[in-house]
Write a protein that binds this ligand. Structure first.
Ligand SMILES: Cc1cc2nc3c(=O)[nH]c(=O)nc-3n(C[C@H](O)[C@H](O)[C@H](O)COP(=O)(O)OP(=O)(O)OC[C@H]3O[C@@H](n4cnc5c(N)ncnc54)[C@H](O)[C@@H]3O)c2cc1C
Ligand code: FES
Length: 274
């Protein structure tokens, strides 16, 4: 059992949880994830680790309530327990001194991106951060990214805070020498960033989160095509070369279970109300 030591609402339906998980935190590196199960009847959901403190024996994850299990997790409180926290899974992100690293995050995934941004800064890089969301109320980790990055930019799809959309990136990339880009967030955002940086030959890593089942390379659910080769995000990633990823295939595979996911949510919410 893993206790929730702290819970903080970051935005509507997005919460940051700090779990007591000594063994996981001792081995965690930025870029890795856990698979969480709330109780014996629960589904297993992957969540990227947003921080780890081996001294305290804790890890943090940010969770956006989008369906059955993430909504159930959002209802848990400080002091509650979850049954399983399996991890750390996946390979750590490659953190080295590259020079200037541009960290582009969208939505809930800004929280785990911050874990990477912190590590890049500690490795001696000049870190430029971009925090993006659909609208200003959904921007998260602004203060954390502000404190970690040498320079921070903000963007919203509707222009309610910061730049409207991501078009400003074109100028930023032209005007600034960037040695590496790391993107973590919605697939469409990572695809757009990769398409842009490809034109400028800037190495770009994206953090892929396709649908997963076992998280250990056995089931094949998280198959992705990278440079024409079949790889498995849970064991070969989560970090991949954005210039080589088949994003269209990834987008199509993410929609495969949408009808079943909607039904599971409706039934589970009916159960909550009865
Ligand atoms: C390695 C990995 C790391 C992840 N890290 C985080 C994280 O740090 N924070 C977080 O909030 N979520 C993260 N996710 C996504 C999270 O696991 C899913 O949102 C969750 O499993 C959905 O479960 P559910 O029962 O609530 O909803 P479901 O009913 O399973 O899905 C609800 C909706 O979410 C969409 N969805 C489900 N899985 C994914 C996915 N993998 N990527 C994009 N959309 C998805 C579905 O298409 C559907 O529209 C991660 C996923 C993976 C594979
Ligand atoms: S989740 Fe099963 S192979 Fe990756």
């Amino acid at each position: 059992m893993y206790k929730i030591l702290a819970k903080r609402e970051l935005a509507p339906h997005i919460n940051l949880f700090e779990f007591s998980a000594g063994e996981v935190s001792a081995k965690t590196k930025p870029g890795q994830f856990v698979i969480l199960r709330i109780d014996e009847d629960g589904e297993r959901i992957p969540l990227t680790i947003a921080d780890a403190d081996p001294g305290k024996g804790t890890i943090a994850v940010a969770c956006h309530g989008v369906g059955k299990t993430t909504t159930q997790l959002g209802r848990l409180k400080e002091g509650d327990f979850v049954l399983d926290l399996l991890g750390p899974l996946g390979k750590p992100a490659r953190i080295e001194k590259f020079g200037t690293v541009l960290c582009v995050g969208g939505g809930v995934m800004v929280a785990p991106l911050h874990f990477q941004a912190k590590a890049f800064r500690e490795a001696g890089n000049n870190v430029i951060g971009i925090v993006g969301a659909t609208t200003r109320d959904h921007l998260i980790f602004l203060e954390e990214m502000e404190n970690t990055c040498n320079h921070l930019l903000v963007a919203t799809d509707d222009g309610t805070k910061g730049h409207k959309g991501m078009d400003f990136l074109k100028d930023l990339i032209k005007e600034t020498k960037i040695d590496r880009v790391v993107a973590e967030g919605p697939v469409v955002m990572m695809k757009a960033v990769s398409d842009l940086t490809r034109q400028h030959g800037i190495p770009t890593m994206v953090n892929l989160i396709p649908i997963m089942v076992d998280g250990m390379g056995m089931c094949g659910a998280c198959r992705v095509t990278v440079d024409g080769k079949t790889l498995f995000a849970c064991v070969d990633g989560l970090e991949f070369d954005g210039h080589q990823v088949d994003f269209d295939e990834l987008l199509a595979r993410l929609k495969v279970y949408t009808p079943q996911e909607k039904l599971a949510y409706v039934f589970s919410e009916q159960g909550e109300r009865n």
